[in-house]
Ligand binder design. Structure first.
Ligand code: SF4
Ligand code: SF4
Length: 133
């Protein structure tokens, strides 16, 4: 399959939405993986943070719209601090969550209390941020 990158192509609409919602430059990411290697929630994610960025660069909307990793993200900002390109990945995760909700994804898709009980303590506090919508 031929993949065309760039903001001028119609296929880049999904990437544009994420950039607009997050205020971050998706295409600055060069896939070093530092965000994922420092993420305390990585073991629970179906897509690692750097993979979320990559799928967004590729405008792979179907994958991101069904991705549960963004709900397991605890918004701890560890990834954002570690990124050598200054990308605030936590804001990108938030943008994907927002797009999923705009698409009508039920809020019950979020991790349950039972799920969070097995996750790092930081998740227990920061997951509450998601209920401010
Ligand atoms: S740390 Fe930054 S540059 Fe590296 S993969 Fe993550 S988002 Fe991309
Ligand atoms: S903000 Fe989310 S994606 Fe980033 S390190 Fe924390 S839990 Fe992982």
């Amino acid at each position: 399959m031929k993949i065309i990158l760039g903001n001028s192509h119609p296929q880049s609409l999904f990437a544009q939405k994420i950039e607009a919602l997050s205020g971050q430059k998706l295409f600055a990411c060069y896939q070093c993986g530092k965000c994922s290697s420092g993420c305390p929630m990585a073991e629970s994610m179906d897509l690692l943070p750097n993979r979320v960025i990559r799928e967004a660069q590729l405008n792979n909307g179907p994958v991101l719209m069904s991705c549960r990793a963004v709900w397991f993200c605890s918004s701890c900002f560890a990834c954002s601090v570690r990124c050598p390109k200054g990308i605030d990945i936590a804001r990108i995760m938030e943008a994907v969550r927002t797009l999923q909700m705009m698409d009508g994804k039920p809020i019950t898709e979020q991790p349950s209390c039972e799920d969070t009980g097995t996750l790092p303590q930081i998740a227990l506090v920061s997951h509450f941020r998601k209920f401010n919508v």
